[in-house]
Ligand binder design. Structure first.
Ligand SMILES: NC(=O)c1ccc[n+]([C@@H]2O[C@H](COP(=O)([O-])OP(=O)(O)OC[C@H]3O[C@@H](n4cnc5c(N)ncnc54)[C@H](O)[C@@H]3O)[C@@H](O)[C@H]2O)c1
Length: 263
């Protein structure tokens, strides 16, 4: 029997993102900012896109990796977003990775949801991700360098959460999981790998706003996780690093749940 191939030496070097530019939407704070920090430590150049005029203070203290630039744009503005992504490609000399993390959520009982609530969720979480992925993938195809694209979905796209009422948000996250699977099939021919990550409940500003308003929900959020706690944003970084790296070269069209095991 032929010897099984073994991985060449320096296996861990495959995690290096040195010289690779990753676009992160929603990177002004929260999960996106944490991903920016984590991937920069792996050597990536980071281009953050966010609707906020200024990123949170933590952004300016990030000094790892290579270049680190912030662009203000609304992911729901197709033309404006396209221009910014073209500009990023010029500024950095190409785009290798894309993480679509910009998102919003409306937390109120289904019977109180308005058409506007539905629109807001679908516009940012569905159209915004769709536009981001399309603009980035066009750049990647033009460069002929391949690439890796990840959209942040949610555990809500698997099971209705006990701790909040997010029907419109849940619809948006099911949609993301759905269309990213289709896109993965179409873009694989260009060596562009497309996947999604579905986090459980993570400690970010978004969650904090809910907890500030409803402190009584804390045990519900933590209690629906087998680890009995809320996740920390950096606990998602390993998955993002893997997906952006060459170690994921055969990983396409998958959704990865990172939720401490919801119960
Ligand atoms: N925090 C959680 O528990 C959790 C769980 C599962 C999934 N997610 C998803 O992860 C992503 C990030 O969530 P987070 O907790 O960091 O939220 P967050 O509110 O802390 O950060 C979201 C960021 O997106 C930006 N943003 C919002 N609308 C935008 C727009 N139209 N254009 C550009 N930027 C825009 C905001 O300015 C903000 O910086 C979201 O897609 C969210 O649905 C979060």
């Amino acid at each position: 029997m032929a010897a099984l191939p073994i991985y060449e030496n320096r296996f861990l070097d495959k995690f290096s993102l040195k010289g690779r530019t990753v676009v992160i939407t929603g990177g002004g704070r929260g999960l996106g900012l944490t991903f920016a920090n984590g991937l920069a430590q792996a050597g990536a150049n980071i281009a953050v896109i966010d609707i906020a005029a200024q990123p949170s203070e933590a952004f300016s203290s990030l000094t790892y990796g290579g270049q680190y630039l912030y662009y203000q744009a609304d992911v729901t503005n197709y033309e404006g977003l396209g221009k910014v992504i073209t500009q990023i490609s010029k500024d950095f000399g190409g785009i290798y990775g894309c993480i679509a993390a910009a998102g919003v959520h409306v937390d109120k009982p289904f019977l109180d949801h308005t058409p506007k609530d539905l629109d807001v969720n679908l516009n940012v979480n569905v159209k915004g991700v769709f536009y981001t992925v399309q603009h980035c993938a066009r750049q990647m195809k033009e460069q002929s360098t391949g690439g890796s694209i990840v959209a942040i979905a949610s555990i809500a796209a698997y099971k209705a959460p006990a701790a909040h009422s997010i029907a419109a948000y849940t619809a948006s996250k099911y949609a993301v999981r759905g269309f990213m699977g289709q896109i993965a099939k179409e873009l694989a021919q260009y060596q562009i790998r497309v996947n999604t990550v579905s986090p459980g409940c993570m400690q970010t500003e978004l969650l904090q706003m809910v907890l500030d308003e409803h402190p009584e929900r804390l045990p519900l959020f933590a209690g629906t996780c087998a680890l009995n706690r809320i996740g920390q944003p950096q606990e998602l970084c390993g998955m993002l690093l893997y997906l952006m790296s060459d170690l994921a070269s055969f990983t396409v069209g998958q959704d990865f749940i990172v939720d401490g095991s919801s119960v």
